[in-house]
Design a protein around this ligand. Structure first.
Ligand SMILES: *[C@@H]1O[C@H](CO)[C@@H](O)[C@H](O)[C@H]1NC(C)=O
Ligand SMILES: *[C@@H]1O[C@H](CO)[C@@H](O)[C@H](O)[C@H]1NC(C)=O
Ligand SMILES: *[C@@H]1O[C@H](CO)[C@@H](O)[C@H](O)[C@H]1NC(C)=O
Length: 485
């Protein structure tokens, strides 16, 4: 015993010395790097917070924002857990479908978007399949319910940021009850809310042979109200008296691949065009893009909606998609989910130029004076010099902070749950010999002038403990807008 104790004591001592040495060595080698990283994150965070708070929102004269259309109840689940529960296997032949008819298509479609981690949203025409998936989701541990739909999410964010909001949408009384104060709903009353199923997955999630490269979500729905924009008439009726400073349109992707009656979609969009045209010139008009794959619908949007908006918001998938179509190409279903700053800025410049060239050629609608692109790693906003959009630098900072707040699910940003994935400097264009912008921790939002516009770019403190990605773009876009009106 005694010797045992003695030897184990010396083992303990020896062990202590070894581990102490290991700790010291680790400290010696790794810690300075780690410390600098942490310090860097802290500095970026405090600088972004300072940039955000430079502009106050007038809580007395709350900015007035009218938002259409729709909303739904999201049921949020772990995507892989749900597929496993209902026995849907990964497919060795991934493929993209415009809409989903059966289990096999769902498997192939999810297998297509999950590995790159690209956001997508699809209409499920098979209602049996959809309700089976919703039932299974209800029973899945860890599921959550949330207010969903672009317009409703943006409305919530804007109201929480101090705006007075008119929301166009047909909802159930329970849904309207959970909306925050300062939102007035214009639309029909439904008995049952529309449900959308959000299959979330973190970065590095595994599904059979597939691993996701980044956190994202795959959304499915079988929604019968939102595609018809059935609150438009009620919304229009209240719009004049509401007198908005800003009109926001989103949620139109609900029309994507929906089985409309002949001429029905065209009629709805024609009506929407008239609504947008009738907006006061002093009212800014923002259109939020989304995951569209129906080329016919997108072409109609290019003709009837885009020309009447002076501000556009979109993510890194939606930007190349829109651009490709504007250049006479096809829809792009999947693009690089982690594009470089230079690539995105070039695409933004091109879109800005094409939309404005079309505006001068056609002589109708509004010039594009604001373009906000949100990506995982950074936020970028272009604003025309001399336009009515204010505070671009602070708005870019706020958009960036909102990205972390939303994805981490907390208004307080914890730097230990964040990382920067932007490099120390970035090139402002892919053109050879382009200027490089250094990334300064104490001044993380870079803004500069070009042609007739200003560009601001801010890094995102990318959340490493993902709570939710769905609704991110809407929260981010709304947060950017609120400081610019
Ligand atoms: C719809 O989904 C159900 C349940 O998965 C399936 O049994 C049925 O065959 C599907 N219908 C069609 C037309 O694919
Ligand atoms: C355009 O996309 C559609 C659907 O994704 C596809 O069927 C068609 O072949 C594509 N056309 C071209 C020219 O790539
Ligand atoms: C984004 O919107 C959703 C729905 O309104 C909300 O639950 C979530 O908390 C919002 N995120 C942030 C950062 O406010």
């Amino acid at each position: 015993m005694a010797t045992d104790t003695g030897s184990s004591l010396s083992v303990v001592k020896f062990g202590t010395i070894v581990s102490l040495t290991v700790v010291l060595l680790a400290f010696w080698y790794r810690s300075p790097v780690q410390d600098t990283l942490d310090e860097r994150l802290d500095t970026v965070l405090s600088s972004l917070l300072r940039a955000e708070s430079k502009v106050g929102i007038d809580n007395i004269r709350r900015p007035r924002v009218a938002i259409g259309f729709g909303g739904c109840v999201d049921i949020i689940v772990d995507g892989v857990a749900l597929l496993n529960k209902v026995g849907i296997q990964p497919s060795s032949t991934p493929l993209h479908y415009n809409f989903i008819e059966n289990v096999e298509q769902l498997s192939r479609s999810f297998s297509y978007f999950f590995p790159p981690g690209a956001a997508s949203e699809r209409f499920v025409v098979n209602e049996t399949l959809f309700s089976e998936l919703v039932e299974a989701s209800r029973e899945l541990p860890g599921n959550r319910w949330a207010v969903g739909g672009n317009a409703a999410v943006m409305a919530t964010r804007l109201a929480n940021e101090g705006s007075e909001v008119l929301l166009g949408g047909s909802f159930s009384p329970e849904f309207t009850d959970v909306l925050p104060p300062h939102i007035t709903v214009a639309g029909k009353t439904l008995e049952e809310p529309d449900i959308h199923l959000i299959l979330e997955y973190p970065s590095g999630a595994k599904w059979g042979q597939y691993t996701s490269r980044r956190a994202n979500r795959y959304i499915i729905h079988s929604d019968n109200h939102n595609p018809l924009l059935d609150s438009m008439e009620d919304f229009e009726e209240q719009l004049q008296t509401f007198g908005p400073d800003l009109l926001v349109l989103g949620g139109l992707q609900m029309m994507d691949n929906f089985p409309f009656q002949k001429g029905e979609r065209e009629a709805r969009l024609e009506r929407l065009q008239r609504l947008m045209e009738s907006a006061n010139l002093g009212t800014g008009v923002h259109f939020e893009m989304a995951s569209f794959v129906d080329k016919g619908l997108l072409e109609e949007l290019l003709d009837r909606v885009l020309p009447y908006a002076d501000s556009l918001g979109m993510n890194e998938q939606e930007l190349p998609n829109l651009l490709s179509l504007m250049k006479g190409g096809n829809v792009t279903v999947l693009s690089d989910p982690n594009p470089r700053v230079a690539t995105v800025l070039d695409q933004m410049r091109e879109l800005y130029r094409l939309v404005n060239a079309q505006h001068s050629r056609q002589g109708r609608g509004r010039a594009l004076t604001r373009l906000h692109v949100h990506t995982l790693a950074f936020q970028a906003i272009i604003v025309t010099k001399g336009s009515s959009w204010k505070n671009t630098m602070s708005a870019t900072a706020k958009a960036s902070l909102t990205a972390n707040r939303h994805v981490c699910g907390s208004p307080d940003i914890n730097p230990s749950k964040a990382k920067l994935i932007m490099d120390d400097s970035f090139s402002i264009s892919r053109k050879e010999g382009s200027q490089r912008m250094p990334f300064q921790e104490t001044k993380p939002v870079s803004c500069w002038d070009e042609a007739d516009y200003e560009i601001c770019v801010a890094p995102v403190l990318v959340c490493t403990e993902v709570y939710q990605t769905a609704g991110g773009g809407d929260n981010i876009s709304a947060a950017g807008l609120v400081l610019q009106i």
